[in-house]
Design a protein around this ligand. Sequence first.
Ligand code: N7H
Length: 479
Amino acid sequence: MGHPILDLGAIQGDVLDGLPKNVENFIFFKIVNPTFFREFVKQHVIARIISAQKTREWKLAIAQRNARGHGRAQSFQGLNLGFTKDGLTLLIGEGRPKLDGAFEKGADHPDTTAALHDPPKSHWLARFVSERIDGLFLVTGPDRPSVALHSNQLLSILGASIKVAYSEMGSTRQGAERGHEHFGFLDGVSQPGIRGLTPVSDPRRRPNEGLPGQDLIWPGEFVFGYPGQNPEHPTNEGPPPQMAASWVRNGSFMVFRRLEQKVPEFRRYVREQAARLGMDPELLAARMVGRWKSGAPMELAPRRDDRALSRDQDRNNDFEYGDDRFQQKCPYAAHIRKVYPRDDAPGGEAQAQRHRIIRAGIPFGPDVGPDETVTARSRGLMFVCYQTSIERQFEYIQRRANDPGFVSGKQRPSGGMVMPGFDPIIGQAAGNGLRQMDEPFPNYPAGNRRTTLEIPDQFVKLTAAAYSSCRQLPHFARC
Ligand code: N7H
């Protein structure tokens, strides 16, 4: 089984490794003058777009500097570009080939919002929905001033050929919370390994894993033009995803979701429910997510947090769920178990690996102030993920999070079937209805107390969304 060779110079940098980003500006725009836009992009913008190759080099330099523990901070300025279905039609023409069904429908289509139980577009941020959106720039860098400067330079190059519809900056949290999202959990712990790209740490004993537990996925799941996963086998090569046109090669679909998080409300809810159930609020929060705030997984640390484990890359993903009978260690509905059930997916691991995404989001908004007991300022996650099928990957995962019956077929120790409930973090009930989650109280190692969490509020709320196509670099010249 040979390893695919990825054309990293042609793939945009955010797709596989994520552009280095302390700060990221999301600039959504409408093309006002397609002729000028094409010309400005060809002459001045393409050369500034950062490839996956360049991103790798930067990340290596950053890692080396961190390993030395000193040295000058690298100055990195990232730029990537994506187009929505409307942008592609404007640039290529009405007769252009049609891509992924979900992409062509769009994130704001009533069928999409209904299928995902999203709030309808009329409830999204007014400034996001007021304009047609043709594309977006991702501008990343080490701090706000440099990202603002870089964004302004870009916009002045493009002049009146575009109109900014909406822009907002995300930024990583600071100090002890660096790397943690707003509820307080360490993010970016688990990503799929990519065959042909991710180094294999133990080739002799674990040839199909990058770091231990990080299963290698065929790159066609994330970038067009390469073999994808085999639906029958978790490690064998499968067919490459269909390409509607040759310019799709080396491109990827980006899903963007601006997810507001009600942090004081989430914290209060967890405190109150933990008191009701007679358990530690940190343990309850960990059972809702499947990891402790530190990042340590419930499967390996079911009773108490383990900080050494949390940041140990050789161990913090090295687990499966299949042996966890009766959800004793990690509830079936816990966020990370719903969105990636590992060996416990229906259809087995081969099927689990057909629904993977590469996440590349960043928090936005300020930290909660000491007196903020009810959300007073907008904050949350600019969720971004990449894949070659929005329907089979992102949308499938979101629908599963919304499905209280997933994972099905589980039994109680005393017999009787389990209704696992909603993913308590991102699961959405139709019509914003009540959500439930089974087994918030741990039954580890052998208890038989039955408990349910009733979750009347949505602590994560969608306020904007878009699907874009991030095309390969040389092809911009022909857009
Ligand atoms: Fe999730 N959280 O803080 O609770 N997520 N997520 N996510 N998420 C993960 O492994 C979170 C969202 C995935 O491989 C962790 O990096 C929050 C959406 C996937 O084992 C934490 C929001 C979707 C994984 C969070 C949010 C996903 C994952 C553990 C929204 C897709 C990898 C740290 C505000 C539809 C699972 C880590 C694996 C992990 C949180 C959104 C998917 C802590 C707060 C919309 C695939």
